[in-house]
Every structure is written in structure tokens, then in C-alpha cells.
Design a protein around this ligand. Structure first.
Ligand code: NAP
Length: 434
């Protein structure tokens, strides 16, 4: 019997477990460990609440969690309740699927002012992540700036723009829904340090901005190269740029405005006691498509500034780390000995949810090569973990516990919503009778 532990129950963790369960069948036991009492990681806490069709992938993960060889072990934090060294002693292989939950810092003066938040915090707030339930972002000013031209920036712009009615059918948490309904923000500026051809936004997500009830997107016609130049772009970017070009033509005015401010590099954030404005430097592109400053600066008024410039994997003491890439140092998912990583913790924060499937299968292949199915194991695995946790008074949650929590969330859902998420540890554990 082989014993495996996968740390983190987001997409990368689930696909790795799926691959291992398929390969080993009854010859392995796999513990899927998460620091939160509930599963799904990015699917529950990262994917936008109004993108329920994307979240539906969790149904596939449920089948994995319910396999005989697999056990969900929630409410167990590596580093707090158990160490990596203990896990690598207990299991034949340990896979870090811990994602990239930390915001990349902007690295500019003023980023610590109140009103400046990273996307991990802001997205976590409206998605009910317990770490950010009390974020209380300032929505009392008229203007917000969103830094970055990726899909997360689009998510944030859309969530700031939607009316209460447009959140019908979503699982946005009540504290965010109420706060957003009372928001005074009317001007949302999406700040990109490069141009329309260099965006990291995908067409479907960009197209959604054109169909908002109370907000209209706008791009400056002068920011675009000649239309002929679009032909050289990859199909996806070409479709996205077509949306942007449409936003540059006149549209019916609405209450809120989403402005694309291209060629604008953030240089500092100013304000007396809280963020009041983002100072940017006008840029142009060098022949390699990199942004270079022109020396001309101007201010974008904003009392809420959300930085959506990517994420980093938190280092774990003793685990080799690639500081530049913000991920674990690894060779195709192998860190050292029986320690592996997968997903964003392996390759950095890029790609779609589906990208994690081949990633998980590839890492599983490396584990299979090192510990072929049918070969001798002998490690204590789950029974060793259980003993350790019991000795430390840690109460893990099981997948059956999650089903109980899920039933309570469904039972208390707003009309038309799929669930009403519990957002605090205590509420989860209370719903289990703890
Ligand atoms: P991303 O796609 O990597 O975009 C990051 C953006 O931040 C880029 O426009 C980048 O510009 C900009 N940026 C980086 N450093 C900056 C700085 N110092 N100053 C100003 N701008 C800076 O990251 P993301 O939006 O966080 O998304 C992460 C991943 O999740 C992506 O693969 C994304 O597609 C995926 N995602 C998908 C969906 C969806 O499919 N619905 C939703 C959300 C996220 P440069 O290009 O100039 O570096």
C-alpha cells in the first residue's frame, strides 16, 4: 500500500489526486489536506461568484473525493498543525498544491495607504474567504482604480459595476452584496502599463463588460495601433482587441463608467490619511513590446485602488523556493526526495483551471515512476497523520462534514442563489455541532 498526501484542495490538488487514484486503484491511500474546513480552493474562493458555470467543475472533484482510496482532511494547516518534514516521513510522496494566494507587491510608495488592496484580498472578500471577511474595502468614494490588464482586473471591474439584480444566481456573499449595493463608485479606471495589443484579458470575459446594466466601458481610440495590425495577433487576443475597439466607439451612457487607461505605469499612490490618487507615468513600447516611461506623469483620482498584477506562492520554511518566480523551486514538479509541487505552486499564476489537469497528471507520472504501483510501501500515512493530529487536539473535517456544511449553505441560500456561503471558521465548525 502506497501512502500519498496532496496539500491544497483546489483544481491542481484534485487533478493530482484523480491521476494518482486512477493509477494506483486500491494500492494506494491518498489524503487531500486543506487548511480550511471546506474544499475546492480557487474554485470556491477565486472564481468570480457570477461565473457559476466555471464553478460547476467542483462536481467532477466531488467524484474524486468520494473514491474509496481518497480522504479529504480539512482544517489542517501545514506549518501550524503538521510540518513538511513530518509529512514526508509519513507518506511516500507529498505534493504541494497550495496555489498562489499572496498578492505580488506593487513596489511603489504609498501602497500601504488605507484604500489600497490586493486582488487576493478583494476577491477573497467578495468570495467569502475567512482571511478577508473583515476587509471592508472603502466604497464611499466616487472613483476606483484597478491596476493590471488581466482577467482578475476584469473580474474586479465587473463586480464593482454590477447591480444587485445582476448578482441574481451568483453566490456572492451577503456582506459584499450589501456593501456593493451601497457603493458610491461611479468611475472605474483599468490601468494598463502597456497597450491594447498587450492585454492578458480573454474575449468572453472582456465581452461581458459590454452588457452591464448600469456601467459602460470606454477605451480611447488614440491608444490603438492601425486596425491592420490586429491581423498579426493570436486569435484570442484579436477577439479581445475587437471588443476594445468596440468600447472605443460611442455607446449609450450609463451611471457608471469603466475607463481603459493604457500606457500608464503606476509610480506612486498619494493621499493624506488614505489613498486619494494614483500617480502614473505615461509609457510607450520599446521594439520588444516592453513599456518604457516617457517622464510625463498624471493623477488618476481613486479612493479604492485594487492591484491585480499577479500572485505569489507563500514559501514554506525548509522547502526550496524560487523567489523571482514566486513559486517553489522545482524540476517539472519535483522539488526534492518525496516532495513535489503542482499547479500555480509549481509554474506560477497562469493558465485556466483546465491547465491544471495535464499538470496534475504529469506530476502523478513522476510519482508513479519513483514508486511504481505494486511496489513495496510501508509508510504509516493516514494512520500516522491521525495520531499526530489527535495528539495536538486538531479536529480535521471530512468530506462528509463538508456535505453537512454544504447542505446548510444550500438551505439558507438567498432566493435564486445556489448557496449562502459561511465565511468564518466558527460558523463552519458550529454547523458540524462543534
Ligand atoms: P495576469 O493574467 O498575469 O495579468 C496580470 C496583469 O498585471 C498584466 O496585465 C500585467 O501587465 C500587469 N502587471 C504586472 N505587474 C505590473 C506592475 N508592476 N504594474 C502594472 N501592471 C502590472 O494575472 P491575473 O489577472 O491575476 O490572472 C491570473 C491567471 O488567472 C491568468 O491566467 C488569468 O487568465 C486567470 N484567470 C482567469 C479567469 C477567467 O478565465 N474567467 C478569471 C480570473 C483569472 P504586463 O503584461 O505588462 O506584465
Amino acid at each position: 500500500m502506497r501512502q500519498f498526501a496532496v496539500i491544497g484542495s483546489g483544481p491542481a490538488g484534485f487533478y493530482t489526486v484523480e491521476a494518482l487514484a486512477k493509477a494506483y486503484g486500491a494500492n494506494a491511500h491518498i489524503d487531500l489536506i486543506d487548511r480550511l474546513p471546506v474544499p475546492y480552493g480557487l474554485i470556491r474562493f477565486g472564481v468570480a461568484p457570477d461565473h457559476q458555470s466555471i464553478k460547476a467543475v467542483s462536481r467532477r472533484y466531488d467524484k474524486v473525493a468520494e473514491e474509496e482510496a481518497v480522504r479529504f482532511v480539512g482544517n489542517v494547516a501545514v506549518g501550524r498543525d503538521v510540518t513538511i518534514a513530518e509529512l514526508t516521513t509519513l507518506y511516500d510522496a507529498v505534493v504541494l498544491a497550495t496555489g498562489a494566494p499572496n498578492d505580488r507587491p506593487l513596489g511603489i510608495p504609498g501602497e500601504d495607504l488605507p484604500g489600497v488592496v490586493g486582488s487576493a484580498a478583494f476577491v477573497g472578500w467578495y468570495n467569502g474567504h475567512p482571511d478577508f471577511a473583515d476587509l471592508d474595502p472603502p466604497l464611499d468614494g466616487a472613483a476606483a482604480a484597478i491596476i493590471g490588464n488581466g482577467n482578475v482586473a476584469l473580474d474586479v471591474a465587473r463586480i464593482l459595476s454590477k447591480t444587485r439584480a445582476e448578482f441574481a444566481g451568483s453566490d456572492i456573499v451577503d456582506h459584499a452584496l450589501d456593501a456593493l449595493e451601497g457603493s458610491a463608485i461611479r468611475q472605474i479606471t483599468l490601468v494598463g502599463r502597456r497597450g491594447p495589443h498587450q492585454i492578458a484579458m480573454t474575449p468572453k470575459e472582456l465581452g461581458e463588460l459590454g452588457h452591464l446594466e448600469a456601467a459602460v466601458p470606454h477605451a480611447e481610440p488614440g491608444d490603438f495601433p492601425d486596425a491592420d495590425a490586429d491581423a498579426a495577433l493570436d486569435l484570442g487576443v484579436r477577439k479581445s482587441v475587437a471588443h476594445l475597439r468596440d468600447f472605443a466607439s460611442p455607446h449609450e451612457d450609463k451611471l457608471k463608467h469603466i475607463e481603459f487607461d493604457f500606457f500608464a505605469r503606476p509610480v506612486r499612490i498619494e493621499g493624506e490619511t488614505r489613498a486619494e490618487r494614483l500617480i502614473v507615468e505615461r509609457t510607450s513600447l520599446d521594439p520588444n513590446g516592453n513599456s518604457i516611461g516617457t517622464g510625463e506623469t498624471y493623477a488618476i483620482p481613486a479612493s479604492l485602488i485594487v492591484s491585480c498584477i499577479g500572485y505569489r506562492t507563500p514559501p514554506i520554511p525548509g522547502v526550496p523556493y524560487d523567489d523571482r518566480g514566486g513559486k517553489f523551486a522545482n524540476d517539472h514538479g519535483h522539488i526534492e526526495g518525496g516532495l513535489y509541487c503542482v499547479g500555480w505552486a509549481r509554474r506560477g499564476p497562469s493558465g485556466t483551471i483546465g491547465t491544471n489537469r495535464p499538470d496534475g497528471y504529469e506530476v502523478a507520472d513522476r510519482i508513479i515512476a519513483a514508486a511504481p504501483p505494486g511496489s513495496e510501501g510501508g509508510k504509516s500515512g493516514s494512520s500516522g497523520l491521525d495520531a499526530l493530529l489527535a495528539s495536538r487536539q486538531v479536529r480535521p473535517t471530512s468530506f462528509a462534514d463538508w456535505r453537512t456544511i454544504e447542505a446548510a449553505e444550500i438551505a439558507s441560500a438567498r432566493e435564486g442563489a445556489p448557496r449562502s456561503k459561511m465565511v468564518r471558521h466558527d460558523d463552519w465548525l458550529k454547523s458540524l455541532g462543534e
